[in-house]
Write a protein that binds this ligand. Structure first.
Ligand code: NDP
Ligand code: MG
Ligand code: MG
Length: 337
């Protein structure tokens, strides 16, 4: 069984009075910085000049260059895109690392796959919320919290574990629960989850369902409601009470169809391919491919992104959502474009 920690069990004193540098002010960065600040911690943001820098300033957070932030901080949380971390770490963070500082991550990719090997005299740990950054922020503001993982890679000061727990509490993740893991387990399971189920699996399933209906002559707007819009409503019920609650709320006809047709769609062959995807993550094939893709200016990434944006489901969705402003009302803007 997993070891879990919740808010009231965590003493965050060890992090009070320490300077926390949040490197990067994107999806996770803005959420960590603002949540920690509102939890009463001493936060500075380190980021290059540009959009994020301006945003941090507008949000009222102290903001400076990556180098300056790394130099003055006790705890340095690297929230840059995974594929940029190695270069920025080597040029702008490593030269300023001193004994007893703490180096943090929100995903174990670079440490686990050997891209970043921190010196032995600093603490190295991760605190990874299990949710998109904008929801880490939104839920915190609502008094809730996205659950998180934490893992200790190196404990140079003897305080790494307490610091990790205090940090997790500061961003609100201890409200949902902090689960203790290792860099290896976090890295592999995070990549697998997003590829096989959450991002890759879910979008491929929706797209295939949408195309099947449209190709059979049904109206695209209806297909959008049926396969994308309603998925959220169904997932909300699973989120609240598991599959049982979802099945309680849908009609018995829908429930029967779930039992007899679901396994015809997601069968053992899908699971076999999931095992292949898992193996590629475990043995480093996925990581090497992604690192290479970045070294060659992302030709495939760019093509996939364009194809995705040009798909009919996005066109139809944009039109329908513009008539449902209540979907995004009162929410911090996340929507692209
Ligand atoms: P984003 O892409 O949202 O944020 C990137 C930030 O880094 C931006 O502020 C960007 O600034 C800045 N940046 C990029 N390049 C540089 C550079 N060369 N020098 C200085 N700043 C730079 O990242 P995410 O929040 O998605 O990911 C951060 C980490 O969190 C990753 O390790 C990821 O795996 C992990 N994570 C992410 C989750 C998510 O919800 N997205 C969920 C859980 C973990 P600019 O505006 O100038 O480009
Ligand atoms: Mg994840
Ligand atoms: Mg991830």
């Amino acid at each position: 069984m997993a070891t879990m920690f919740y808010e009231n069990e965590i003493n965050d004193q060890v992090l009070r009075g320490k300077k926390i540098a949040i490197i990067g002010y994107g999806s996770q960065g803005h959420a960590h910085a603002l949540n920690l600040k509102e939890s009463g911690f001493d936060v500075v943001v380190g980021v290059r000049p540009g959009k994020s820098f301006d945003q941090a300033r507008e949000d009222g957070v102290a903001v400076m260059s990556v180098e300056d932030a790394a130099a003055i901080a006790d705890v340095i949380q690297i929230l840059l895109p995974d594929e940029r971390q190695k270069a920025v770490y080597e040029a702008e963070i490593l030269p300023h690392l001193t004994e007893g500082q703490a180096l943090m991550f929100a995903h174990g990719f670079n440490v686990h796959f050997g891209q970043i090997t921190p010196p032995e005299n600093v603490d190295v740990f991760l605190v990874a919320p299990k949710g998109p950054g904008h929801l880490v922020r939104r839920q915190f503001q609502q008094g809730a919290g996205v659950p998180g993982l934490f893992a200790i890679h190196q404990d140079a000061t003897g305080q790494a574990r307490d610091l990790a727990l205090a940090y997790g509490k500061g961003i609100g993740s201890a409200r949902g629960g902090l689960l203790e893991t290792t860099f290896a387990e976090e890295t592999v399971t995070d990549l697998f989850g997003e590829q096989a189920v959450l991002c890759g699996g879910a979008t491929a399933l929706v797209k295939a369902g949408f195309e099947t209906l449209v190709e059979a002559g049904y109206q695209p707007e209806l297909a959008y409601f049926e396969t994308l819009h309603e998925l959220k409503l169904i997932v909300d019920l699973m989120f609240e009470g598991g599959m049982e609650t979802m099945r309680y709320s849908v009609s018995d006809t829908a429930e029967w169809g779930d039992y007899v047709s679901g396994p015809r769609i997601i069968d053992d062959s899908v699971k076999d391919r999931m095992k292949d995807v898992l193996a590629d993550i475990q043995n480093g094939t996925f990581a090497n491919d992604w690192i290479k893709e970045n070294e060659t200016n992302r030709p495939r990434y760019t093509k996939y992104k364009e194809d995705g944006a040009n798909h009919q489901i996005e066109e139809v969705g944009k039109k329908l959502r513009s008539m449902m402003p209540f979907i995004s009302e009162g929410k911090e803007k996340v929507v692209v474009k």
